[in-house]
Design a binder for this molecule. Structure first.
Ligand code: PMV
Length: 343
């Protein structure tokens, strides 16, 4: 079980189905258990630390890409023309694919997302993983899984991890050109029957993007300590995943998330992603634990709280969270598959 069975071979099989001017791919979101928060190179999206995540089933993005005649890219997301920063990010990613494959055609991209965007639910991770797969296929560019992960990373760092299913580690890498900074599977989706219960406390778009939040946090007095602690957290998480030790994984996940937010809070001006309901969820998770339900939270760049627990405990975690006044919706996701070509 402790092999890359959800990785290189299966991905190559899944992506070898088609190559040409037109491709559709789907990818799931992932939630980091040991966080990525800070870059050693902003242009190449190279992280200051490694990170470990769980890919989730059911929160996904589909991307259809066609290269063809035309002066400009046509980018449609959930039925609406992409604009502003979102459009610029997509176009510069497509430019990267065009430059590498020496193509000049415009791209027509249609994306459909089952994840609300811009509220801290990792929609960009799923979006750029799906786009990297569909665009490279449509451009006739054959990549192995590590290269595909490194390409997805250029769109959004955490997208490097959504190429794979189950538990995934994204390596910091050492090289300045970033070729050694890609994700790899640690354990496939069926390694461990856990659940991530997602409490949505606000659907208002976040005020500070991850991109800006990371840049600003680099000036925090706590940032050096955040970076210095990452390797120990990664080692603890890897061992916990291998041993299916929920308490060990949950405690290091909470620790990593709290350190990330502490570093962000301590920068100037401060960054605080939490709402009152976020705190209520944290206290409820701790109360559930005191009542004998092993449940552990993590929080990304937004106010939503994601709670890791055993599959059998998910109903009790849902019941504990959905009764809180500020919780708008609760979702339950199991471990999900990696990115795949679907057409
Ligand atoms: O990949 P980005 O730029 O959206 O940053 C993701 C940052 C966090 O979600 C907060 C942490 C992580 O490791 O996913």
């Amino acid at each position: 079980m402790w092999t890359c069975v959800n990785g290189l071979n299966t991905l190559e099989e899944r992506t070898s189905q088609m190559a040409g001017a037109d491709s559709t791919a789907r990818a799931n979101v992932n939630v980091a258990l040991v966080k990525y928060w800070g870059k050693r190179d902003t242009a190449l999206n190279l992280p200051a630390t490694g990170s470990i995540s769980l890919t989730l089933e059911g929160l996904d993005v589909e991307a259809h890409v066609r290269f063809g005649p035309g002066d400009e890219d046509r980018l449609v997301i959930d039925g609406a023309e992409a604009a502003g920063d979102e459009a610029r990010r997509l176009t510069s990613f497509l430019d990267l694919v065009r430059a590498t494959t020496r193509r000049r055609e415009a791209a027509a991209v249609v994306m459909r997302s089952s994840v609300p965007r811009g509220i801290g639910l990792a929609s960009s991770a799923a979006a750029f993983a799906a786009l990297a797969l569909a665009a490279s296929r449509a451009a006739g560019w054959t990549l192995d899984a590590a290269e595909l992960s490194a390409l997805a990373r250029r769109g959004s760092g955490s997208a490097a991890r959504s190429i794979f299913g189950g538990f995934v580690e994204w390596h910091r890498g050492e090289r300045a050109d970033g070729v050694d900074s890609f994700a790899e599977p640690l354990a496939p989706a069926d390694h461990w029957d856990v659940r991530m219960v997602v409490a949505i406390t606000s659907t208002t778009p976040k005020s500070v993007s991850s991109r800006n939040g990371m840049v600003r946090t680099a000036a925090s007095p706590f940032y050096p300590a955040w970076v210095a602690g990452a390797d120990a957290d990664l080692a603890e998480a890897r061992a916990a995943i291998r041993a299916r030790d929920l308490e060990a994984l949950g405690l290091v996940a909470e620790h990593s998330a709290l350190k990330m937010h502490a570093a962000a809070l301590a920068t100037r001006p401060p960054i605080l992603y939490w709402r009152a309901a976020t705190l209520d969820c944290i206290h409820r998770v701790w109360a559930l634990r005191a009542d004998g339900v092993p449940a552990y939270f993590t929080i990304d760049a937004g106010p939503q709280v994601k709670v890791l627990c055993a599959a059998g405990d998910a109903p009790r975690v849902v019941a504990g969270l959905e009764m809180l006044p500020g919780v708008e919706r609760v979702l339950v996701c199991g471990p999900g598959r990696g990115a795949e070509v679907i057409g």
